[in-house]
Design a protein around this ligand. Structure first.
Ligand SMILES: [Zn+2]
Ligand SMILES: [Zn+2]
Length: 126
């Protein structure tokens, strides 16, 4: 069981330290630096277990593999870099729910995804 605990910890650390949503592959790559023997299937199972526990939240962007982020974050939007395929958090909101809503409609939640190039990728272009 000792090994499983170390695995879980490495996987949790990967998500906790990332500061942005990670796919299973990304979390695997990071956690492998601590535990080289870590398999991608283990990360996949752990991410789902952590999401079921409510510690991680699933981030599902259209046409994208599932990503996971810490569940206790404030409401925020996401930025998807179309070059390096990383997803970043964008703090704040500023969206007016009621602006164009027909009478009687009630919004419960929303998801905003911005697409473009992150600072690393836009710098490389110049
Ligand atoms: Zn990028
Ligand atoms: Zn918002």
């Amino acid at each position: 069981m000792q090994r499983n605990t170390a695995q879980r910890e490495a996987i949790r650390d990967a998500f906790a330290d990332a500061g942005r949503p990670l796919s299973v592959d990304e979390a695997h790559e990071i956690a492998q630096k601590t535990l080289p023997s870590l398999g991608v299937a283990t990360v996949y199972r752990a991410a789902n277990a952590l999401a079921d526990d409510g510690w991680l939240a699933r981030v599902e962007l259209p046409g994208e593999p599932m990503r996971y982020e810490l569940a206790d974050l404030e409401h925020h939007h996401h930025f998807h870099c179309t070059k390096c395929d990383r997803v970043f958090d964008v703090d704040g909101c500023g969206l007016d729910h009621h602006a164009h809503l027909p009478d009687g409609f009630v919004v419960e939640s929303h998801e905003v995804v911005l697409y473009g190039h992150c600072c690393d990728c836009s710098r490389k272009r110049r």
